[in-house]
Design a binder for this molecule. Structure first.
Ligand SMILES: Nc1ncnc2c1ncn2[C@@H]1O[C@H](COP(=O)(O)OP(=O)(O)OP(=O)(O)O)[C@@H](O)[C@H]1O
Ligand SMILES: [Mg+2]
Length: 235
């Protein structure tokens, strides 16, 4: 569905990703790796907000490497950065309405209702400024906004960062539900490596900007050198 081919990317001249080949199929694909290994840069270069030096990104066979982010949104891609993934100064309701900007009134209402059924926690906070939500609620609002946009591919950058273990669990459950009930394809960057792999079908381990493992998430989980690999020790 979403594929990169020998992707070399970074920031301006800075080279961070080296010949990255990934293939994201339906379901959840976990992207893990030590801090600074290039996980966020991978999402950003796919979405078009980091510099792609060479290589390509394909969506359903179509080369989208040089397509600007707002066009990628129209193609059904949603990128949820780790922070600043909602409009803090706007209310929850306004955030959802902006996500559905341009939709017919009826469709917008249906989409918002359906997103709120998925994230009922938000129902009591519709008038609150998004900036005053808790970390978990804010994450839910960001995911609900993606549902309003009718996204098909979600790129989530550490949706459980800075959440309590209990709340992190809840968010990851909801990620699974989005896969199962909304049929979404999800790229999940996570620090909660074990939990992420447990809910993912496929996995990529990035170390120093290169793919160090690719395969079934369960294979990586049961790899005898799993713990070492996760911190970037590969031999
Ligand atoms: N905007 C930027 N400009 C220059 N260098 C950057 C920028 N963003 C990230 N980097 C650098 O790119 C490298 C990879 O960073 P990236 O954020 O992709 O790692 P990560 O795997 O997401 O790490 P973490 O687990 O800490 O989120 C790091 O060396 C980082 O310092
Ligand atoms: Mg990151």
């Amino acid at each position: 569905m979403l594929r990169t081919e020998r992707l070399n990317a970074g920031y301006g001249q800075l080279h961070i990703l080296f010949d990255v080949d990934i293939n994201v199929e339906k379901g959840i694909t976990a992207i893990i790796g030590p801090n600074g290994s290039g996980k966020s840069t991978l999402l950003k270069s796919i979405f078009g907000i980091a510099t792609v030096h060479s290589g390509s990104v394909f969506l359903n066979g179509k080369d989208i490497t040089r397509i600007p982010p707002h066009e990628k949104v129209k193609l059904g891609m949603a990128y949820l950065p780790q922070t600043e993934n909602v409009f803090s100064n706007l209310s929850v309701k306004e955030n959802l309405m902006i996500a559905g900007y341009g939709l017919e009134e009826e469709t917008l209402k249906d989409r918002i209702d359906s997103a709120l059924e998925f994230f009922p926690e938000l129902k009591n906070h519709l008038k609150r400024r998004a900036g005053t939500l808790s970390g978990g609620e804010r994450q839910m609002l960001a995911m609900a906004s993606a549902l309003v946009k009718n996204a098909k591919i979600l790129m989530l950058d550490e949706p459980t960062a800075q959440l309590s273990p209990k709340l992190a669990e809840k968010i990851l459950e909801r990620v699974q539900m989005m896969r199962d009930e909304k049929n979404l394809t999800i790229m999940l960057v996570e620090q909660n490596v074990k939990k992420a792999l447990e809910i993912s079908e496929n996995a990529y381990l990035l170390v120093s900007g290169r793919v160090a493992f690719s395969g079934k998430a369960c294979e990586l989980l049961s790899h005898p050198k799993f713990e070492k690999m996760c911190v970037g020790i590969l031999d």
